[in-house]
Design a protein around this ligand. Structure first.
Ligand code: ADQ
Length: 461
């Protein structure tokens, strides 16, 4: 296979595993082979946005990064990417702020990415661009004379036309996406919404499974769910379950049933409703008082964005209220941590959990749901409670599916999960595990890169 060039806003630090690496790094580990290149922002702020990348090679893979200026960081990253596109693509138009100056900075940063990347490219490279930060990059690279095949994968949801058109530059955004050869989405539903936008807002003919013809070029919309290496994660979980951290956790539980939620502290993850659902469980079902312990890991994220600061205050208060109301001198119902935790430690915690709570209001996929299932012991598995609005719910239908806007549905699901007979738990887990295994990280990379590589190069130019 040709050399793969991955382009993403953040680049994992070579050789560093753990929370900072995130789902993208884990899922792409299979696509990256010695000789490949990963390009993006270093995560550092400099006096000016630099156009000469710093290249570090680890295990044969080149990691090339540039720094951003403080101004670019604010307008491109904090504002346009995370205060315009992020809330819009998560169905929260009321939270969208839009400023033309931010959009201009966003395009400018993409231009800087293009200029810095161009000298590193070889003729046959397959270029794979990731996520909403980099939508204009294909057009910019084409303008610089790049003739390679270029694919784009959107990790977050895509919205229906009626929502997309609230974005003042919606048509321009669609046009930008059409400069790619393949545009991938997490689910069939998002792919269908993209095709629908192309029909309604651009007047193109867009048939399922077929490339869409756009002015002398064609773009293939592709549903391509991201996944994990389930067997490798299960091994990590089994080993971690016997390690010091999990043993300390088990001791502290004193025989109580363990409920776990693991998220970034983000308003799309539905955390306040989740805490409310738990609070109502203790209110309504007295038999669970003193018998359950819920750990919510909510790693602080995007702390420069005001709505994230507000959410943290809200959640701090809600967590304190539950513990104040129901806790006892020897029982803390809700353990709430806002630091990220190492993936291995979390894997061990999943392994001993009776319930995994994954209740985002919207989510592209949600890899925590898949990791939780992979980590379960098959002879005594825990139960997954999953939001119908996570991309993962399109496949993982044997979870207890809830509507995260309805705190009562979380309460009822928690009660059902905590009282579910072993046979039913095993049956659901078996079916879910088979799906998580099939829709793996490798399958994701093969499907996307396979579709990109199949295109005749002439068509890509
Ligand atoms: P995220 O919104 O970051 O990713 P998610 O898929 O749930 O969401 O998590 C990604 C990874 O981060 C997982 O491996 C998870 O274990 C880890 N993680 C999450 N919270 C953590 C915490 N508190 N501490 C430590 N590790 C934590 C975006 C999209 C998702 C999509 C992914 C991948 O928003 O919908 O599934 O990209 O495409």
């Amino acid at each position: 296979m040709a050399r793969v060039v991955i382009v993403s806003n953040r680049v994992p630090k070579p050789g560093v595993e753990g929370p900072a690496a995130g789902g993208l790094a884990v899922a792409l580990a299979d696509a990256i082979k010695p000789g490949d290149l990963w390009f993006g922002w270093s995560g550092s702020i400099a006096k000016e946005t630099l156009l000469t990348p710093r290249v570090v090679t680890a295990k044969g893979v080149d990691y090339a990064t540039i720094d951003l200026s403080k101004d670019d960081y604010e307008h491109f990253y904090v504002n346009y990417a995370n205060s315009t596109l992020w809330p819009l693509l998560h169905f929260r138009p009321g939270m969208v702020t839009f400023e033309r100056a931010d959009y201009e900075a966003y395009v400018d940063v993409n231009r800087s990415f293009g200029h810095a990347l161009k000298p590193l490219l070889k003729d046959d490279d397959l270029i794979w661009v990731h996520d909403y930060h980099l939508i204009p990059l294909a057009r910019i690279l084409r303008k610089l004379g790049v003739k390679n095949r270029i694919g784009f994968f959107l990790h977050v949801p895509f919205v229906p036309a009626s929502l997309l058109e609230t974005l003042p530059n919606a048509v321009e955004t669609l046009k930008e996406l059409c400069n790619y050869d393949v545009v991938g989405f997490q689910t069939e539903r998002h792919t269908g919404d993209f095709r629908d936008c192309l029909r309604r807002m651009m007047g193109y003919e867009a048939e399922p499974g077929k490339p869409v013809k756009v002015k002398g070029h064609s773009v293939l919309p592709l549903a391509c769910p991201i996944g994990i290496d389930a067997d490798a994660f299960a091994k990590i979980a089994m080993r971690a379950a016997k390690a010091k951290d999990t043993l300390r956790l088990i001791e502290s539980l004193a025989g109580r049933a363990f409920i776990i939620g693991v998220d970034r502290l983000d308003y799309t993850k539905g955390l306040p409703n989740r805490v409310e659902g738990f609070s109502r469980l203790l209110e309504r079902y007295e038999e669970h008082r003193g018998k359950v312990s819920y750990l919510q890991v909510a790693a602080r994220s995007r702390e420069d964005v005001v709505s994230y600061q507000e959410l943290k205050r809200e959640l701090d208060r809600a967590a304190g209220e539950v513990n104040g109301k129901f806790g006892d001198y020897d029982w803390v119902p809700l353990r709430y941590i806002t630091r990220p935790m190492a993936r291995n430690t979390i894997a061990g915690f999943y392994n001993v959990a009776r319930v995994g709570l994954v209740t985002p209001l919207r989510d592209g996929m949600n890899l925590v749901a898949k990791e939780f299932v992979a980590a379960q012991p098959p002879d005594d598995p825990g139960v997954l409670i999953l939001s119908e609005f996570a991309g993962a719910a399109e496949e993982m239908t044997e979870a207890i599916i809830i509507n995260p806007h309805d705190a009562d549905s979380i309460t009822e699901a928690l009660h059902k999960a905590l009282t579910m007979p072993l046979d039913e738990r095993k049956e659901r887990h078996q079916a879910l595990l088979a799906k998580v295994r099939a829709s793996s990280a490798k399958a994701f990379c093969d499907r996307f890169l396979g579709a990109l590589e199949e295109l005749p190069k002439a068509a890509a130019a």
